[in-house]
Design a protein around this ligand. Structure first.
Ligand SMILES: CCCCCCCCCCCCCCCCCC(=O)SCCNC(=O)CCNC(=O)[C@H](O)C(C)(C)COP(=O)(O)OP(=O)(O)OC[C@H]1O[C@@H](n2cnc3c(N)ncnc32)[C@H](O)[C@@H]1OP(=O)(O)O
Length: 395
């Protein structure tokens, strides 16, 4: 919590060697900085801090290097360490300069073309489907919207509609419309275009941090921790080597082009439970992500569409069934700050499938059991029409 510090003349406001707990801004009074007693510092003169001078967070050390003593009645405003990010310039992450960073930062990187217009690409090293991956559109559009919003406001909800299947081989233009900028909230509408055609729209709402009523009725299911579970790559490896699978199947699986996803997933149930209209898995971004909450929200938005609507097909899976499925719409509510490079549990249920549409709901919990996000999606789910090669995107 933000706070104030009141001190009387002679009181120590900070002591050398003690941990820095925040940034102190003097609102009233004077304080003296007394240099350390060690040899090198001994010659440094003491100096006086006045109104609006500050000390604490932001120095290179996590401990105070000096004593600060009140010279008069002193009032300081304290910005605790956890809010220090407010003082940092917003990163607006830059994929080119962070080669050691997660592939996701590269995927979500956008080129600014004009005010409120950005260009995104489908990278060959990312997951590729027959049309532009829905999560990529959501993540990139949210990144475009976030770049036009005051950095103190974070996305708290978004609603997306997929209009036309996107073409992986051409760039996507994101045009942001600034629908509203209020004092607490801001709203953005984003249109994604290819060949001048709107293929996707997103409406996102952003809010300044606010203190208010709190409760959490949702309880995280009791599942094994991620360390005890296999990830997608390990499951694949097992399938390739498990002698219980026919050799022909293993040879075929080995020939399939396999690109590891930039999201690591660990499934809480084995394939025997695949007929249930539900799925629980842990996931996290591979690699290191920049410390930018806006980026972390774009990354989970991207990941949220990878294994999601397919759950509505689970009760209908049978040998030889070929399906055609496409996300139609997607909504996310961000309840709390998220760390996308730490494990999140994705709890997915499909309450209904009807009329060629499957409906799924999702909840994401962090390891502490906090409900971080709620999600919904409807997807087109059909039996694949038998015909020749894959249909081309309708652009
Ligand atoms: C426990 C361990 C478990 C481990 C499991 C691990 C497994 C890993 C699996 C990985 C899976 C990863 C999945 C990731 C999926 C992500 C979802 C997306 O990105 S989705 C991307 C984001 N979403 C989007 O891009 C959606 C964008 N929106 C749209 O494309 C359109 O709005 C529309 C298609 C939805 C409706 O348009 P409208 O014109 O009213 O619709 P029409 O009805 O007229 O059909 C139009 C055309 O669609 C075609 N087609 C249709 N049905 C079939 C079929 N049954 N058959 C074949 N084709 C079919 C056909 O070309 C047809 O034309 P035509 O042949 O008839 O001439």
């Amino acid at each position: 919590m933000l706070g104030f510090c009141l001190a009387e003349p002679g009181d120590y406001v900070a002591r050398e060697g003690e941990p820095v707990d925040g940034l102190y801004i003097i609102l009233d009074g004077q304080a003296e900085v007394s240099a350390s007693a060690n040899a090198e510092e001994a010659n440094r003169p003491d100096y006086v801090l006045n109104k609006y001078d500050y000390f604490g967070y932001g120095t290179n050390s996590s401990d105070h290097q000096v004593n600060v003593v009140a010279l008069s009645k002193l009032t300081c405003f304290i910005l605790p360490n956890q809010y220090g990010y407010l003082l940092q310039p917003k990163t607006i992450w830059n994929a080119e300069e962070t080669p050691e960073h997660s592939l996701l930062e590269k995927i979500l990187h956008l080129e600014p073309l004009e005010v409120d217009i950005f260009r995104g690409f489908t990278l060959p090293e990312g997951p590729m489907f027959r049309q532009v991956f829905g999560g990529q559109l959501i993540g990139q559009a949210l990144a475009a919207a976030s770049k036009t919003v005051d950095c103190l406001k974070m996305v708290h909800s978004l609603h997306a509609i997929f209009l036309v299947a996107g073409d992986n081989n051409m760039p996507i233009i994101y045009q942001v419309h600034r629908a509203r900028d209020g004092s607490s909230f801001a709203t953005r509408k984003v249109e994604a275009k290819q060949k001048g055609l709107v293929i996707f729209t997103l409406i996102a709402s952003f809010q300044k941090e606010e203190v208010g009523f709190e409760h959490q009725a949702a309880i995280m299911p009791d599942v094994p921790p991620p360390e005890q579970l296999l990830n997608l790559e390990e499951i694949r490896e097992r399938r390739l080597t498990d002698p219980r699978f026919p050799t022909q199947y293993r040879n075929l699986a080995a020939k399939k082009k396999f690109t590891p996803w930039p999201i690591e997933m660990r499934f809480c149930e084995d394939s025997a439970s695949q007929h249930k209209p539900s799925l629980n898995y842990w996931f996290r971004a591979r690699g290191k992500l920049s410390d930018d909450q806006a980026l972390h929200r774009c990354v989970v938005a991207y990941a949220s569409d990878l294994l999601y609507s397919g759950v509505s097909l689970n009760p209908h899976r049978e040998k030889g069934l070929k399906t055609y499925s496409l996300s139609l719409d997607h909504s996310i509510w961000f309840h709390k700050p998220v760390k996308a490079d730490d494990w999140l549990l994705y709890v997915i249920e499909s309450p209904s499938a009807h009329g060629g549409r499957g409906f799924v709901t999702g909840r994401m919990f962090n390891r502490q059991g906090e409900l971080i996000m709620s999600l919904t999606q409807e997807a087109l789910i059909r039996r694949e029409k038998t015909r020749g090669p894959n249909p081309r995107p309708k652009l």
